[in-house]
Write a protein that binds this ligand. Sequence first.
Ligand SMILES: C[S@@+](CC[C@H](N)C(=O)[O-])C[C@H]1O[C@@H](n2cnc3c(N)ncnc32)[C@H](O)[C@@H]1O
Length: 257
Amino acid sequence: MSALLRVFALRGADREAALDWLHVHCELEGVLEQDEAILVWLRDALPRPPFAGLQVEELPHDPTAAAVTGLEHDAAILVANDLLVRPPWVERPAGFNGIELVVPRGNAFGSGEHASTQAALCCLHAVWDAPASCADVGTGSGILALYAVQRGCPAVQACDIEAEAVAAAQELLPTAVVRRGGPEVLAPADLVVANLTAAEQHAALPGLLALWTRRSALVLSGLRNHEVAPLLARLPSPPDRTFERAPFTAVAWLGQR
Ligand SMILES: C[S@@+](CC[C@H](N)C(=O)[O-])C[C@H]1O[C@@H](n2cnc3c(N)ncnc32)[C@H](O)[C@@H]1O
């Protein structure tokens, strides 16, 4: 692993989809969305996203970045007035008395910086009604399942199709059931949450609906504006709550207890 960060420019119609893919498949140290390009910084070579409408160019090193370790800008992320996410090496902000999710960065997707994670957390926080069980599909680092554990949910399950994510989530959540695979590997749960890309949401939707007992909420996040309506068209009723953390939206249906 190099001490220098490498910089790549993503261009073309599929650059946003490629960015979503990269968030899941490698550890991005920085992202800058410009009008015509998205710049991404990482320590290693860029894995090649599988999109036809994408051009990738490696840019020359920024010499001022030579001493960057990646930890300088770490800070607690206030997701809501009473909810924050921070890595273990950042101190709890003085005077904060709300819910804290302490998640190490670098193990798997989901350490609080990504807007889709924040939209999911805001939505989960708003609809939380102390469910008896909770399932987090596509758990990544385990951050959404950690929210359920912190709120005292007695039966928390999580799954992910990536082995690294399963290992990271199980380490973060020793009391939860963490399985490798999709929604079909979990037992029915009163609250179901899934922060997935739109394509993944479409593929997982039948499994998510089969998992959900409907006693508490269903929360779906990871959708860009133009992706919301096509997914909602596949559900029997409009959502009860919608949260936007640009450029991502999370939607929720409340339970019927
Ligand atoms: C966008 S990340 C979300 C991580 C975390 N839940 C968060 O909110 O930050 C999506 C995760 O879902 C996983 N994934 C994609 N499709 C899946 C499926 N059908 N079943 C389970 N996991 C899936 C990916 O491997 C990835 O770790």
